[in-house]
Write a new protein. Sequence first.
Length: 754
Amino acid sequence: MATPSRTVGSPAYFTDQKKGEVNELKALLRNLAVERDPRRKREVIKKVIAYMTLGFDVSRLFGEMVMASSTTDIIVKKMCYLYLSNYAQSNEEIATLCINTMTKDCQDQDPLVRGLALRSLSSLGLASTLEYLLPVLWKCLTDNSPYVRRNAVMAVLKLHDVDKSLVIESGMIDQVKKKINDIDASVSSTALMVLGEIQLGEGGIVLSRELIIYLLNRLKDYDEWGQCTILNLVARYRPESNDEMFSIMNILDGFLRVVNSAVVLGTIKCFMRYADSMRSLKDQIYQRIKQPLMTLISSPSHEIRYTVLKHVEIIVPRCPGVFDDQFKRFYCDYNEPVHLKFVKLRILPNLTNEDNVHELVNELSEYVNDIEQEISKRAIIAFGQIAVKLPGGADGIINQLLEFISMDVEYVRVQVVKVIKDLLRKFPGRAADVMPALPRCLRHMEDPEGKSAVIFMLSEFGAHMRVTPYLFEPIVDAYEDETSVEVKMALLVAVTKLFFQRAPEVHAMLTQLLTVMLNDFSDSDLHDRALLFYRLLKYDLEEAKRCLMSPKETMIRFNEERHSGLKQRLFEEFNTLSVLYEKPAEQFIEDKYLESGFVGGVAFTPADDLPPSISLPADSSNFYDDSDLLGFTQSNSSPWSLKPDVAIDQETYQSYWEGLEVSASLDIPLSSCPSSEQVERLVKESYIFCMASGDLGTQLKFYFFGRDETDVLYLAEVQIDKRSCELTAAVKSDDAANAQTFADSLMASLGSLL
């Protein structure tokens, strides 16, 4: 047998694959000389574990490994238990041989041995071992070593996976609840996690004020993993009053300055959840979380910076102006990875204002010349987003984009014309300045998207140009050589529109184009559209002109500017992988983990029972720190919420509706078109009630209402377009400040449809 190398870092255990090695290992494990030499025994067992790790079947050594586990060498014991846990399922009959050894080790004087034995015994996952595991587990739950108790709590979860009824009937869940109050913080945090998993189907562990107070007062005792678990609970807790909310934020304030990024983001999640309940203090709360985020963005770790930037991308649109003074911190460094630059280029347009727009435009102009093509393209896209956000600066940005067209770089020219095409839909008055640059673009444009964008602009705004028909002629003549359906579609629309404006010059060209398209069966959509245009023109020229040349309204806002349902879902799942993946949890997490609203942690339902050992003294206010670290003005008012039982008549609704102005609105896309009953059922769960609804053929229409705890009435008119699956809503209320909160609640109630 080849002797393993002793060199540090050597991969010797993973490279020696001699034929018959398993038989040689079996012989070595039975060799008395090896048994007496601890060093050689370790080397042999290391090789067994290495082969197991590589996927080789070493199950034939099970008996020998059971015998080898009877040792006082903790390293050998750990490796043997790892092997036994891995192969127990496939060797159930032989696995019972190691139970006596593990059970005996659970009584060892060394807590490391006891904890290791219990962890291995519970990891076997065999129903036949439960009668041996149960008495040992009960004893270890009250062990004097926190390491053993923590492993015992985890063993309850493993036992639950094997036999749920046994865990419930034996009363172990109550014992785990008591461990939340364990003197050792690691045991307490493990108990929280285990309870959340065990009670997942019932909505998770019970969340109450007493439990939150207890955990907050012990928060500093927990390690970072435990702090993240508890912060997730706090973010889901709804305080009973603003005073309690202020107290919680004051306690959490210190955790905004810790080193661990997960703890900081977990704390920020709590702050933002509370900010939605206190609109008047929203800007102050976001100002408080700004500096911790800026500190994390400066982290030397690219992974941490990327994660934080993805979260900032969600935060910035919710607090306009708060991060604007930090725009330079989001400039791209020349030596940072491109994925970081991508996120920064999506954030920068949201930080633009009248004061910094010129400086930001100059910075983005540098990125257009970047050697990385994708950086250059995204910088140009950012120009368009800034122009849309600041219409006052649109003229300067369009002029800058026209300068980029003159660059002899194909991908820059393509991206510029795509952005300008969208901008002209919002600022059609600038078309006269753009048109002179398009003929040269079209002659030198090879990219299908860029070419179709130029054709579109010429068809919409270039009819007055003398050369426009002659720009299309070479493309029509070379129709057979054109491979892009997108370009052919744009060309058909452009030539047809131009025909109604300059018929003598275009008539022959349109005839030629329709003839060749009607004989082109390479794409059914293209052929059908050409046939439609032909029949429309043949039927009635005036009617065709009315259909194709009807005036277009100026674009007020683009889909990207709308209040996206996806953005709201990602915000609700803040500090989870949903933010990084840019998709809701149900799209990448198995359904069983999404029951009862479980996302990224532990979900909860209201209940009255608590861990038996947790209780409040008579004066519970002493649990919270009264110091006002954030400088907020505290009040005795309760957080915003809706009453569960509200009723008004139609006359009252009508009189209120006619006398109020629209205070908030929604415009969001839905994933599918729901039924009226489904919509009414979903909003009712959030205490929003339906006064009337109707199916208008192409639309569903609803009139909703709700009343908050201060008796303020909120009314909403909601329309759902069946064709586009878009929902629009107008909210009216005497309390304009909380009208948007009501609108957000309405959208959140429809979360399953977004």
